[in-house]
Design a protein around this ligand. Structure first.
Ligand SMILES: Nc1ncnc2c1ncn2[C@@H]1O[C@H](COP(=O)(O)OP(=O)(O)OP(=O)(O)O)[C@@H](O)[C@H]1O
Ligand SMILES: [Mg+2]
Length: 475
């Protein structure tokens, strides 16, 4: 293993060019345009498709299409939302589509800084959270004026310089992928899907175009059949399962300060907390405030006990914080993972610390149970490479995907995994983990792109430490 560059200034490496091959790919699309220069996603979806027997639309349960003219969905999107290896997830997305077709639209979450939506099923129950790419905090159609003002008035502080802009939906799905590969089970399952809904934020021109096409189709069906799409453009975004019965971590952490958990619950909480730490550290989450993770906890119901049982501990007397099966019912859900997978460690103004590092639980060394679960996987170079390959398959679908930047993201992630592995072996605590110097593990020259099995770490990778620190280390 070679260590180099301890004292190098890596700033030069950090200059990023965002290239997109999307323009080249867009040649096939007929151009009637909307606004916003440089945004390939703005290229119109209007085109002339070969005529199919059914006009190219999916059979929809809607009886009166005229009353809801904006929601036509096309076959390619339906295929996009299909996950053959996960029929339950496909089914859930299908439920959302059916609900939308029946006028039960996703509802915007007002507290967020971006366009995020609670997605419902046909009976109106919330089943998922959808975050469209183009409504992300710095997406071109972000509906929140605060972000717009931010961009306008304070461009120098705008965005996070260590992240690839406007790929939050991939980061959300990537976090879920890492969670599943390591069997952490703290991220509600998240995948990339396409949805269309009147309640999403569309430019007025898109709505007008869609209405005009619908009117043409209604009056001249033969002509209308030539439109590639009648309704609004489906939006690509992250679709995360909604978890019931959880509250912001902040809420529970405050309450637990006054009224601590029982020992059994505390053990379960610690195990869950460690999984959250492992996830965040690997993906180098830059946005883990205590509002971005949720806790489900059934606190003890104080029942009046018969005098003879009053001495028994809470865990035994049936009134404790238990799930139905007698085990403590404490779970953590890591939501809002859209600001992770940086292509360099934060080194400018802010450090983007993990806010859980200030908690008491972060001072306790990782448990043996956690170590036994993740160490064998993380110490296996082929497992780490598989993880990188899976992330590549996920991330490459973005129109702005840049292979070079992806390699840098993976170098940061490999560095995090290296530190984590060492910390687990050395019996460190989460707090000690986050105090370790930031490392980057790059592929050695000539190895880029290889997916073959590795013979040795030092043959394949080069490790270097980051020598530049952000100006503010506490925020
Ligand atoms: N999977 C989920 N299950 C249950 N509730 C969720 C889920 N995802 C989000 N929420 C709820 O919605 C709120 C907003 O979600 P989230 O933080 O992901 O949105 P956001 O638009 O990115 O917000 P911000 O940018 O302000 O953090 C959360 O505080 C939480 O209460
Ligand atoms: Mg949030």
């Amino acid at each position: 293993m070679t260590e180099e560059g301890l004292n190098q200034n890596h700033q030069a490496n950090n200059r990023v060019t965002f290239k997109s091959d999307a323009l080249a790919r867009s040649n096939s699309i007929v151009s009637i345009s909307s606004s916003c220069e440089g945004e390939t996603t703005l290229l119109p979806e209007v085109g002339f498709a070969p005529v199919s027997n059914n006009g190219g639309t999916i059979e929809s349960p809607r009886s009166n299409s005229e009353s809801q003219p904006l929601l036509a969905r096309m076959e390619p999107e339906a295929q996009f939302n299909c996950f053959p290896d996960d029929p339950m997830f496909s089914d859930l997305v299908r439920q959302a589509e059916i609900a939308i077709d029946n006028g039960i639209y996703p509802e915007r979450i007002y507290q967020g800084s971006s366009g995020s939506y609670f997605v419902k099923n046909a009976s109106g129950k919330i089943i998922a959270v959808f975050k469209p790419k183009d409504e992300e905090p710095y997406g071109r159609l972000n509906p929140k004026w605060t972000k717009w003002m931010h961009k306008l008035c304070c461009p120098c502080c705008f965005g996070r310089e260590c992240l690839i802009p406007n790929q939050g939906y991939l980061s959300e799905a990537g976090a879920s992928l890492v969670d599943q590969k390591l069997h952490l089970n703290v991220v509600p399952k998240t995948k990339v899907v396409k949805l269309v809904s009147e309640t999403f934020n569309y430019p007025r021109i898109d709505r007008s175009k869609s209405q005009m096409k619908q009117a043409i189709n209604d009056h001249f069906p033969k002509l209308g059949r030539h439109f590639n799409r009648l309704g609004l453009r489906p939006k690509v975004g992250s679709f995360q399962l909604f978890v019931d019965g959880y509250k912001d971590a902040d809420y529970w952490l405050r309450r637990l300060e006054q009224d601590p958990m029982s020992t059994a619950s505390n053990e379960k909480f610690r195990s869950q907390f460690e999984r959250l730490v492992i996830l965040d550290y690997i993906i180098r989450n830059t946005d883990r405030g205590n509002d971005n993770w949720l806790i489900k906890y059934n606190p003890p119901v104080i029942k009046k006990q018969p005098r003879s049982y009053a001495y028994l501990p809470q865990e035994w007397n049936g009134s404790g914080d238990h799930g139905g099966n007698g085990r403590p019912d404490v779970s953590i859900a890591a939501i809002d993972n859209g600001l992770a997978f940086p292509f360099k460690h934060p080194d400018s103004w802010r450090a983007y610390p993990y806010h859980w590092a200030w908690l008491q639980q972060a001072k306790v060394p990782f448990s043996t149970q956690t170590k036994d679960q993740v160490l064998p996987l993380l110490s296996d170079m082929n497992f780490v490479q598989d993880l990188c390959d899976d992330l590549y398959q996920l991330f490459k679908q973005d129109k702005g995907f840049d292979r070079h930047l992806f390699e840098r993201q993976m170098s940061v992630m490999r560095g995090q995994i290296l530190n984590l592995t060492q910390a687990l072996k050395d019996g460190k605590s989460p707090l000690q983990l986050v105090q370790m110097p930031a490392v980057i593990v790059e592929r050695s020259k000539g190895r880029v792109g290889t997916t073959s099995r590795f013979r040795s770490f030092s043959d394949t990778f080069t490790q270097r430490f980051q020598n530049k620190s952000p100006f503010f280390s506490w925020c």
